[in-house]
Design a protein around this ligand. Structure first.
Ligand code: PEP
Ligand code: MN
Length: 367
């Protein structure tokens, strides 16, 4: 399993606000005035990391594809006049060189770039021997290994200040959000690498300013550390992603409305309460394991019985009936259909596998 050697975010010297860490700024740097006005508005809220896209990966040619190198000079002004750290997206070796030349403090890899190991490697090589933090957005497709692979490539190039940004996944289904949150993959990454600072990007996930609050809240409730939010001094005139950007005043409102729950507590009462509940869960989990083992034993016996009577292992009609019954009973217990189906299909799959093994063993013995 991948192992990453990382510098704790507390040692980056970037984020001074308590949780959540906030990165905010426009989708794209458009004009010097827009960049400075937005940055100053955000700085007043205590936000000290500014984002702005300089090179924009657009779906269709002919759209605004970013201001390019001149925008890096505006970011220099932001640094000088507000003291904020500045960050932008890089998608090639050339972008990295320009960012290093103009003193960009932090870069991120966009979702389309993370999905391409050639580009990730090119960027990792260009960043070799630098100390700047790199944030890696999830790939557009829900592929956890591709995401981890990008982190590994950067880490092998000596990048130790690594963070991740979850912006959701492209979906072929019609969903209310621009990208499918697919939180399961984010939780898995968080569990595997708990030390890596984890940001959510509710702007690209939601695709509309209406969803930024609920997605931010969800991310924080899941224990993520920070937010990257798009902010523009005049969103309706934005040259890209105008529907999802918030004014600095709206960012202020967002930050005042999100509820930040503690990740842990020192209170004795809390500790006693949670320990008691966890002890109950541990007993139930142990019982579940015992019950699963008993079920597997019976399942193997059924396998032997079928083998002795020359009966096929899989009887889908019977399984459909069993599953239907389970879903109905589950409903009585207040258990969601999807949950019941997922649990029992997983149990059924290993049972069939075990019965298959019994059959194969007897066939081998006959040969
Ligand atoms: C962005 O952050 O401006 C961007 C292009 O995001 P993503 O890579 O998530 O689409
Ligand atoms: Mn954008």
């Amino acid at each position: 399993m991948a192992n990453l050697e990382c510098t704790p975010v507390s040692e980056w010297g970037f984020f001074t606000l308590p949780r959540p860490m906030v990165i905010a700024g426009p989708c794209s740097a458009e004009t010097e005035e827009q960049v400075l006005e937005t940055a100053k508005g955000l700085r007043e809220l205590g936000i000290n990391v500014f984002r702005a896209g300089i090179w924009k990966p657009r779906t269709h040619p002919g759209c605004f594809e970013g201001i390019g190198v001149p925008g890096l000079k505006w970011l220099q002004r932001v640094k000088k006049e507000t003291g904020m750290k500045v960050a932008t997206e890089v998608a090639s070796e050339r972008h990295v060189f320009e960012c290093l030349k103009y003193g960009v403090d932090m870069v991120w890899l966009g979702a389309r770039t993370t999905a391409n190991p050639f580009l990730v490697q090119e960027i990792a090589d260009a960043l070799k021997d630098t100390d700047i933090p790199v944030l890696v957005k999830n790939p557009v497709n829900p592929d956890l290994d591709l995401w981890i692979g990008a982190l590994e490539r950067l880490n092998r190039a000596g990048i130790k200040k690594l963070g991740v940004i979850h912006r959701g996944f492209s979906s072929s289904q019609k969903i209310i959000y621009r990208n499918d949150p697919g939180w399961k993959i984010a939780i898995e990454l968080r569990t595997r690498f708990p030390e890596i600072p984890f940001f959510a990007d509710p702007s690209h996930m939601g695709g509309s300013r209406d969803y930024v609050l609920e997605l931010s809240q969800r991310a924080l409730d899941l224990g993520l550390d920070g937010l990257m939010v798009e902010s523009h001094c005049n969103p309706s005139c934005a040259l890209s992603d105008s529907k999802q950007q918030l004014t600095p005043a709206e960012i202020k409102d967002l930050l005042s409305r999100i509820v930040v729950r503690e990740t842990d507590s020192d209170s004795l009462e809390y500790k006693e309460g949670i320990d008691h509940l966890r002890a109950q869960i541990d007993v139930i989990d142990d019982n579940l394991l015992y019950i699963l083992q008993s079920r597997m034993n019976i399942s193997r016996k059924i396998g032997e019985y079928k083998r002795d009577h020359n009966i096929a292992i899989l009887q889908t009609a019977r399984w459909d009936e069993v599953l239907d019954g389970m879903v109905k009973n589950g409903r009585k217990y207040g258990l969601a259909e999807d949950f019941v189906k997922a649990v029992f299909n997983a149990i059924h799959e290993v049972s069939v596998q075990a019965q298959n093994e019994i059959l194969e063993a007897s066939q081998k013995a006959k040969l």
